[in-house]
Write a protein that binds this ligand. Sequence first.
Ligand code: HEC
Length: 146
Amino acid sequence: MIKIHSRLLLTLFAVLISPHTAIAESDTREAISLTESERNLVLTEMRGFLSSIQEITMALSKDDMAQVSKSAKKVGMAEQQGMPKSIREKLPKAFKVLGMKTHKAFDQLALDAREMEDKQQTLEQLGTLMNNCVACHASFKIVQEK
Ligand code: HEC
C-alpha cells in the first residue's frame, strides 16, 4: 500500500519536473499482470472511457446536456460492477481507488449536467476527472501473464 503510493507519487513527480524528457526512454510504470482476456476486458473499458469523452465533448458543443448526461452515465459506477472478481483481486489498491473515483466522477457529471445544465461546470468536471486518466496512465501498464 505505502509502496504503491510512493511509486505513484514518484512517477507524478518525475512527470512534473521533466515534461520534455517524459518517460519515453525508461518505462517506470508499475506492471499489472493479467491474462489476455482480462487485459482485453480492462482495455475495452478504457476505450469506453475515451468514447464517452468524445460523445460528451460533441454534445457540449451542441448544448445537448441530456446527451452529455447519457454519455457520462455509460461509464459510471453501474458499468464498473461488471468487472469480474478474478480481475479485481489482481489490481493494486491504488489502481482500484483511481478507477472507482473516475467512474464516480462520471456519475456526478451525469447528474449535474442533467440537473443544472451548466456547460462551464461540466467542462470543469470533465477536465478534473481526466486528471485521473493522466495519473493512472503515468503509473501503471498491463502486461500479459506468462
Ligand atoms: C485506474 C487506472 C486508469 C484510469 C483511471 C484510466 N486508465 Fe486508461 N488505461 C490504464 C492502463 C493501465 C492502460 C494500459 C496501458 C498499457 O498497458 O500500456 C490503459 C489504457 C487506455 C487506453 C488504450 C486502450 C487500448 O485499447 O489499448 C485508452 C484509450 C484509455 N486507457 C483511456 C482512458 C481514459 C479516457 C481515461 C479517463 C476517463 C482512463 N483511461 C482512465 C489505466 C487507467
